[in-house]
Ligand binder design. Structure first.
Ligand SMILES: Cc1cc2nc3c(=O)[nH]c(=O)nc-3n(C[C@H](O)[C@H](O)[C@H](O)COP(=O)(O)OP(=O)(O)OC[C@H]3O[C@@H](n4cnc5c(N)ncnc54)[C@H](O)[C@@H]3O)c2cc1C
Length: 270
């Protein structure tokens, strides 16, 4: 589950001696001769040779660095998630199609799994928190067996999470001078290939590899973007295409073919 992954990552980050300041944002930055002078909301000013921005799909830095960059676009589906106890037979990801709803079960530990359910919604709407479990129950009406059981057990105390799906692919370059952007800030995807966080983490790994082997930061950033572009483009565009196919009632075989093709590409070296 995300909180477990988060604590692994944050413990490792602190153990590596990283100076972590939480709840702080960049308020101003100025570039001069390969140096970036950054002012932060805690009143500090520091000089860096490289600033790496990973402030997510709604990145404020992207708006300031690249005012003409595209903005995240709503793709017509909502993603519902529910955490539940995992029965032993759910030992891998399971998919269920009941057009226009796609649902799935994903094991996350020996005892837990989550349900995801994608539902069409022509416009973005506000779904009151207190009524989310009831709406999810309605959406799960077509299903029987294990999904039917999960539906029947839904109650006001169920932990339900719902998000509209949005995507954006920012054209290269992803840096201006020595301020570079990675992750959702430049390639936010819908979750159809379950790979948004995966490619965000890969960005960090590949960027550190190039920084370790290149003395010229500009060259390292160019090489980084060249290496990352095709893989990130594929994830964003194929994920959005899978969502469109679901909305257009494409046959399960066609959906499976695009997922299999994308997953095979994802298994290649990063
Ligand atoms: C419904 C749903 C399901 C998903 N399922 C999967 C999945 O199964 N597998 C997968 O790999 N990915 C999945 N993703 C995608 C994944 O969540 C994202 O791709 C990933 O979180 C992107 O990481 P990031 O670090 O780039 O951005 P974020 O996780 O968005 O992190 C950005 C951070 O920047 C901070 N921030 C924002 N603005 C500022 C600012 N101005 N100053 C300082 N800090 C700021 C935010 O507080 C946040 O902590 C899913 C996404 C959704 C919506």
């Amino acid at each position: 589950m995300r909180p477990v992954l988060h604590s692994i990552l944050s413990n490792r980050t602190r153990a590596a001696g990283t100076d972590v300041r939480l709840g702080v944002t960049m308020t101003e930055w100025k570039q001069d001769n390969g140096r970036v002078t950054v002012k932060t909301s805690d009143g500090q000013q520091r000089v860096y040779s490289l600033v790496v921005v990973a402030d997510g799909a709604l990145s404020k830095t992207r708006e300031r660095l690249f005012p003409d960059a595209p903005k995240p676009k709503y793709t017509g589906q909502y993603c519902w998630r529910l955490v539940a106890d995992r029965p032993p037979e759910i030992d891998r990801c399971h998919f269920y199609l009941a057009h226009p709803i796609t649902a799935g079960l994903m094991p996350t530990s020996a005892t837990q799994m989550y349900l995801f359910l994608l539902s069409p919604e022509p416009q973005k709407i506000r779904i009151e928190e207190g009524t989310q479990w009831q709406r999810l129950k309605e959406l799960m009406a077509p299903f029987g067996a294990i999904l039917g059981k999960l539906r029947d057990n839904l109650s006001a105390s169920s932990i339900v999470n719902v998000r509209p799906l949005e995507a954006v692919l920012v054209p290269r370059p992803w840096h201006r001078g020595n301020v570079a952007m990675i992750g959702d800030a430049v390639h936010a995807t819908t979750p159809h290939l379950a790979s948004g966080a995966g490619i965000a983490v890969e960005d960090a790994l590949v960027l550190s590899d190039f920084l370790a082997s290149e003395t010229d930061i500009g060259r390292a950033l160019d090489r980084f973007e060249e290496r990352r572009w095709e893989r990130c483009r594929m994830v964003v565009e194929n994920s959005v295409a899978i969502g469109e196919m679901e909305l257009n009632h494409a046959s399960p075989d066609k959906l499976k073919a695009l997922m299999a093709e994308s997953e095979s590409a994802l298994r290649a070296d990063i």
